[in-house]
Design a binder for this molecule. Structure first.
Ligand SMILES: [Zn+2]
Length: 363
């Protein structure tokens, strides 16, 4: 057997499997034509086999890659969750989003004591009275602000009554219950009011860093503005963006007041230093954001006529510079005089030299 024959025998054994013997017999018994055909067939099968093996290997490699990537994503997700979500950190909440979730925290989590009433007591409907609270937790100012998340969890695990409709901190707004539901946030006005709480302490407004206060106020204003919009669309109520008295709130008037004002004997939140004027200005801003001012002198600010005039000026400048001759800092070898370039070539030359100059200067 020649080397080719030996090779083909080996290939035939591998590639044709069960019918290998017949193929081999044909190969050696047949003439040149049969041999050629058999060789071609074997070659084709070999190529097919090898391609299939390569594909399988690639696929297996890709699967392993996918698996590694998936594992990495899971690891990252659990690390991330452990560092940002108090619920995930406790290990009691699944990471997956429940497809049946309502988006309202109190409804989506088991309550140790039911913290909401689907129907407001005494046949009451919401009247647009909004009570502002502070949750009196220690403000979380390190890394992600978990204040609102912690208070939300506390509301579902506490053994007594106490919850809000909206809960905010420096970086989150948690919808606790629909505005139509009653929550237990203000004993004097619960049946008709809505409670928005900030996860900070009433006595500490002047102690927090200014930008932290701004962020908390901003989220409270967003939650308030959303509530004002919903009052209009869901209940047809116009809520004035105004600070009303505790008496007015107790009389079911729409507007904003502090928990302390409705219940002066027992409560003081959101605190004597709560910046009411600033907060209400932010609520107005959220409801009617002024469009950003256009930059002065920008082309789109110009009329068509002005744009054409500007383009003509640019063309003029171009023509003037185009004809300009620039003396270069060396002598023309032919004339022995200072070399002269057109403005355009001088500029081109200078730009081309920049990298060399930069290299020389080490910049
Ligand atoms: Zn309160």
């Amino acid at each position: 057997m020649t080397t080719t024959e030996a090779l083909l025998t080996a290939l035939a054994t591998i590639a044709v499997g069960g019918s290998g013997l017949t193929a081999l017999l044909n190969y050696f018994a047949g003439g040149r034509k049969v041999r050629r055909e058999t060789e071609n067939q074997l070659w084709e099968r070999l190529v097919t086999e090898r391609t299939r093996a390569e594909n399988e290997r690639d696929q297996a490699e890709a699967d392993r890659d996918d698996e590694r990537a998936y594992t990495r994503v899971l690891e990252r997700a659990s690390r991330c969750a452990a560092s940002t979500s108090p619920t995930a950190r406790s290990g009691r909440e699944p990471l997956e989003v429940d497809p049946m979730a309502t988006g309202f925290y109190l409804l989506d989590h088991p309550n140790r004591v039911q913290q909401y009433g689907k129907v407001r007591r005494g046949g009451n409907k919401p009247t647009g009275t909004i009570i502002i609270h502070t949750a009196e937790n220690v403000a979380d100012q390190i890394g992600a602000d978990l204040g609102a998340e912690s208070v939300a969890r506390y509301c579902t695990t506490r053994g007594d009554y106490g919850a809000y409709h909206r809960l905010v901190d420096a970086d989150s707004i948690i919808k606790m219950a629909p505005l139509g539901y009653e929550t237990w946030h203000c004993t004097k006005t619960n049946p008709w009011s809505v409670g928005i709480s900030m996860a900070v302490e009433a006595g500490d407004w002047t102690k927090y860093p200014a930008d932290y206060v701004t962020k908390v106020l901003r989220n409270a204003a967003r939650a308030a503005a959303d509530a004002v919009r919903d009052f209009k669309t869901e209940f047809g109520i116009d809520v004035p963006i105004a600070h009303i008295s505790g008496d007015a709130a107790r009389a079911k008037k729409p507007g904003f007041t502090g928990h302390g004002e409705t219940d002066p004997g027992r409560r003081t939140d959101p605190g004597a230093n709560f910046p009411w004027t600033r907060f209400l200005a932010m609520v107005r801003e959220e409801l009617d954001p002024t469009p950003p001012k256009k930059e002065d002198g920008f082309m789109s600010d110009l009329t068509d006529k002005e744009q054409h005039e500007l383009l003509d000026k640019v063309r003029d400048l171009h023509d003037q510079f185009h004809g300009l001759q620039v003396e270069m800092p060396w002598t023309d070898k032919k004339t022995g005089k200072a070399a002269k370039y057109t403005f355009r070539s001088a500029l081109k030359w200078a730009v081309a030299q920049l990298p060399k100059i930069a290299q020389k200067l080490g910049v």
